[in-house]
Write a protein that binds this ligand. Structure first.
Ligand code: MN
Length: 534
């Protein structure tokens, strides 16, 4: 250990927050984000004060390449990382995306566990170490800041982790991340890996190499494992907003940060640079853009996180907040009142509220939001934050819309055959009209849309809820659909729930088209599919 870390009473150790919402988080089934949404989220992450933004996996698609490139060149403050397999083409592509960026990082990974070595890679340890070292060296030709991850690290033999860590550090890696790729580890065991590596490899301290955690939540232990890693020598935590990510998700950024902060009495050696007052707005933006709702009882950012139901608790909180509340909702930026605007609100009030919600808009965008806001305010008296977020989300989709809804008409009732007539425009602005019958009005609309677009979706889940309270509230419909082997989500919003259902289906069709286009472009470039990541 270096002098400054030897004593627990010395200055606190900064723990880097590495946000992978835009990479691992975006791998959540159905959570495809478009580039405008990614850039907006990245801007908010910079305001939140994260140290590193993993913006994408450039080889996988043109969209990912562009996202990494744009975020690396426009977002001020954080290091911006691009992910890459240990393959020369991947690394070149990541290097290209990051070229000329202010603070670029290439993150390369290669699987190391026995199960992956034998069943996926069919390679021996020596070969894997050699490839990893070569890849780190290649990445170093593009950037100084190179991170290496032994994929499935937590299920890799300790001696193998030690040897590969020593080798990649020798080759110039500045951060070594030990992923619990499949969410299998338990805290004491995961923490021990970090202690072991630090004890075995004094060069980590001598060269100021960062060890990093990356935990998945398959057993609900992602945050606990991350904290165990920090307590045992990790100085970077990889996490996502709202804990979204592959399968059960990643360690939730807000939980890791608030645990370290709320328990400063226990974790007094560690600090993060996070401005916690920005946590809530970022959480809202990520759930709005991805369509992945935050569960009500979710720690820190769930709707019920600060709601006290039991009378004895309510009484205690009124007398003294800290009796039952360990965090102050204001510290994470939960607004005290959600009601914001009505039909007489002007552009300035709207602009200010947008800024508070994390949307910096130019004059042109403000005008668009204002027009949509006025239309909505005519239909319903009070416009809430959720309504405004939904409007912005809708407008951000617009650039990529392949099909747009012009109008629809539907006849349904008891004892009649549900019939829908739908008119859509395509990108060439050509109008297409079709009619269809169905089992209810929504089924009829969906059939008519299939006829026009030639895209057949199997709707696997259909969820409807009101965005805010009241009879005049906007209805939100979210659908989960399947198109061949691809899962996709669509979201629609309207004061008319049938229209919301129509919009959701069309949004899913538009996403399929976008994803297909991106996949085709990537296949042409890449020649094979990229299926696994740390
Ligand atoms: Mn992961």
């Amino acid at each position: 250990m270096s002098e400054s870390q030897a004593s627990t009473t010395a200055s606190p150790i900064p723990v880097r927050i590495f946000d992978t919402t835009l990479r691992d988080g975006e791998q959540s089934p159905g959570a495809t984000l478009n580039i405008e949404e990614k850039v907006k989220i990245a801007g908010q992450l910079a305001q939140l004060g994260v140290d590193v933004i993993e913006a994408g996996f450039p080889i996988t698609s043109v969209g990912d390449f562009e996202a990494v490139q744009r975020i690396a060149h426009t977002v001020d403050g954080p290091i911006v990382a691009g992910l890459s397999r240990c393959m020369p083409r991947d690394i070149d592509r990541a290097g290209e995306a990051l070229k000329g960026a202010a603070r670029p990082r290439i993150h390369v990974f290669c699987a190391t566990s026995k199960i992956h070595r034998e069943h996926k890679l069919h390679k021996a340890i020596d070969e894997i170490i050699r490839i990893s070292v070569e890849s780190v060296k290649q990445a170093k030709q593009y950037v100084d800041d190179v991170e290496f991850s032994p994929e499935d690290g937590s299920r890799t033999e300790l001696e193998v982790l030690r040897d590969i860590t020593a080798a990649v550090v020798e080759a110039g890696a500045t951060t070594v991340n030990i992923p619990d790729t499949v969410g299998f580890a338990v805290p004491s065991e995961y923490g021990y890996i970090f202690r072991y590596l630090r004890e075995q490899l004094p060069q980590l301290d001598a060269r100021d190499v960062y060890l990093s955690s990356h935990c998945h939540n398959d057993l609900g232990l992602a945050v606990s494992n991350s904290l165990a890693a920090v307590a045992n020598g990790a100085r970077q935590v990889e996490c996502t907003v709202n804990g979204i990510g592959e399968r059960a998700g990643n360690a939730a950024l807000e939980e890791v940060v608030m645990a370290l902060r709320t328990r400063q009495d226990y974790y007094d050696r560690f600090t993060t640079r996070i401005n916690t007052k920005k946590i809530y707005p970022v959480s809202r933006m990520v759930s709005t853009f991805t369509g992945l709702h935050v569960q009500r009882n979710k720690a820190v950012v769930g709707e019920n996180a600060f709601a006290h139901e039991a009378g004895i608790h309510q009484d205690g909180v009124i007398k003294h907040r800290s009796t039952y509340e360990i965090m102050d909702p204001r510290d994470i930026g939960v607004p005290e009142s959600k009601l914001v605007l009505g039909k007489h609100s002007g552009r300035n009030a709207l602009r200010q509220r947008l800024a508070e919600l994390g949307f910096e808009v130019d004059a042109e965008m403000l005008e668009k939001v204002y027009t949509a806001f006025k239309e909505l305010a005519d239909k319903k008296k009070d416009v809430f934050d959720e309504d405004i977020e939904a409007i912005v989300d809708d407008l951000l989709q617009e650039g990529r819309k392949l099909w747009e809804l012009v109008r629809f008409q539907v006849v349904s009732g008891t004892g009649v055959i549900s019939t829908a007539t739908v008119e859509l425009t395509d990108t060439a602005d050509e109008r297409r009209l079709e009619a269809a019958t169905g089992d209810g009005p929504i089924d009829a609309i969906y059939s008519a849309m299939q006829k026009i677009t030639n895209v057949v979706l199997d709707v696997e889940d259909f969820e409807t809820r009101s965005v805010t309270a009241g009879k005049e509230a906007q209805g939100e419909v979210t659908i989960q659909a399947r198109h061949h082997d691809r899962k996709v989500k669509g979201r629609g919003l309207s004061t008319d729930v049938v229209e919301a259902a129509a919009k959701a289906y069309l949004a899913a069709i538009n996403r399929i088209k976008t994803v297909e286009d991106r996949k085709q472009a990537a296949a042409a470039l890449n020649g094979d599919g990229v299926t696994t990541t740390p």
